[in-house]
Design a protein. Sequence first.
Length: 119
Amino acid sequence: QVQLVESGGGSVQAGGSLRLSCVASGSIFSIRTMGWYRQAPGNKREFVATITPIGTINYTDSVKGRFTISRDNAKKTVYLQMNSLKPEDTAVYYCNADISMGWGPRNYWGQGTQVTVSS
């Protein structure tokens, strides 16, 4: 079994910061790309950022310069530092990872953590 558990969500005012964490646990052989997605009420889940094991990073345009994704491979953890938050960043943020338990990787999702930004 593999689990992704997010933490760090909450409520902040516009311009504030939050740091999300996501820890992978279970019978893990290797972790490939890890990332963050978000879903606002009434909207589809959308890509936010991804990072590969060697540190190749991609961001959606709306968060570039404000959000920073990082990972600690030894701790099987991915982070999302969110600065200069805007009300439109309000969403449930989901961790995502491609994880192998010794054979072909599967894609996993966390349960989500709520981020609310007030104006």
